[in-house]
Design a protein around this ligand. Structure first.
Ligand code: SIN
Length: 343
């Protein structure tokens, strides 16, 4: 897709960076019963209230903000992804923003970030940001994280790095990031690569040189906002056949096996998946281990069974990639495997 490059004349002066903030809700916009309470509701505050809590960011950027949704990110959906992509595309094509920040819940931020990375060219920075504590909690992390995201989005070293995710004082690439704990403000990890930057409002240090990943901007998101139906089958000991067969016979376009270890499953599950694959269902085999990969052909013959090995991508990211491939009419086994292998 033709897209304006990152460096407009004079935009290397961070003071003038125009940032569009698109808000979707999450704990960063959450409200607790009181400042010491564990009970809270995500997606309560508007983006203007969040920005007001950050203090003076005018040294780095001028900010425009829009509320796209105000939800807990468990309710993130195709139509909201479609709205985000449309709005980011308009802002960059019409040159009304140099960078975009998306505020989001931590629970599915890794899925939204990965989807945006597949759909958006890696020109101008797109930074997703979240928080682990609601906005009115003692020690709320949202204002600091948002200030860090502004710092990152405005930095001249950020263009061409693809979609990035900020939590705590670290930034991660969309391909790598996942939520690893529910109890800590530094809740994200990167796999196969760790953080790409250490970021504070006052200082930013990139830890990697950046890359020109071939997948960025390669896959169009469907205009109607609905991706093909793909489910995740979670492997475990003593799996029962009826629930596996029920999943395989409900009209899905694809299944991702969230397998054990290197992406393993009991023999009868492999058999059911191989039969479903022979009948036309797309089957991707992934590892459910947090820092896990499913290399093809390692413990089983993926090609013979009709499976695509998910490589280093988590089951949730494998699902999004398979949906985007199917939405773009790509389903030949060898081509799909090549796409998964590049991650
Ligand atoms: C959510 O994902 O919306 C709730 C959890 C969070 O943001 O930390």
């Amino acid at each position: 897709m033709p897209w304006p490059g990152p460096a407009r004349g004079g935009r290397e002066d961070a003071m003038s960076t125009r940032i569009l903030v698109l808000a979707t809700g999450g704990t960063i916009a959450g409200q607790a019963d009181n400042s010491a309470s564990a009970r809270y509701v995500a997606g309560e505050l508007g983006i203007d209230q969040l920005l007001a809590s950050v203090g003076d960011f005018s040294r780095h950027a001028t900010i425009a903000a829009e509320q796209i949704a105000n939800i807990g990110s468990e309710d993130m959906s195709g139509p909201i992804w479609g709205k985000l992509l449309q709005r980011i595309g308009d802002a960059f094509e019409n040159d009304t923003a140099d960078a975009v920040i998306v505020t989001h819940g931590t629970d599915t931020i890794e899925e939204t970030a990965f989807l945006l990375d597949l759909a958006l060219p890696a020109g101008r920075p797109v930074v997703l940001v979240a928080a682990m504590r609601p906005a009115n909690a003692l020690g709320a992390d949202g204002p600091r994280n948002l200030a860090n995201a502004i710092r990152l989005a405005a930095d001249p070293g950020s263009p061409r790095r693809g979609v990035m995710v900020v939590l705590g004082d670290f930034a991660y690439a969309a391909r790598d990031v996942s939520k690893a704990t529910t109890v800590n403000v530094e809740a994200f990890r990167g796999f196969p690569h760790g953080p790409i930057a250490q970021v504070q409002a006052s200082a930013l240090r990139f830890l990697t040189a950046g890359d020109e990943a071939a997948w960025r901007g390669r896959y169009a998101f469907p205009h109607h906002g609905q991706l093909p139906p793909v489910a995740i089958l979670h492997a475990h000991a003593n799996m029962d056949d009826p629930s596996v067969h029920a999943m395989l016979s409900c009209g899905l376009a694809g299944v991702v096996l969230a397998g054990l270890g290197h992406g393993n499953a009991p023999k009868q599950v492999y058999q059911a998946l191989a039969s479903a694959s022979a009948a036309g269902l797309m089957v991707v085999r992934a590892s459910q281990v947090g820092e896990g990969a499913a290399p093809h052909g390692m413990e089983i013959d993926d090609k013979a069974l009709g499976f695509i090995a998910g490589s280093v991508l988590s089951p949730r990211k494998c699902r999004i990639l398979l949906q985007m491939l199917l939405a773009n009419g790509i389903r030949a086994h060898a081509e799909c495997q090549r796409v998964f292998d590049q991650f």
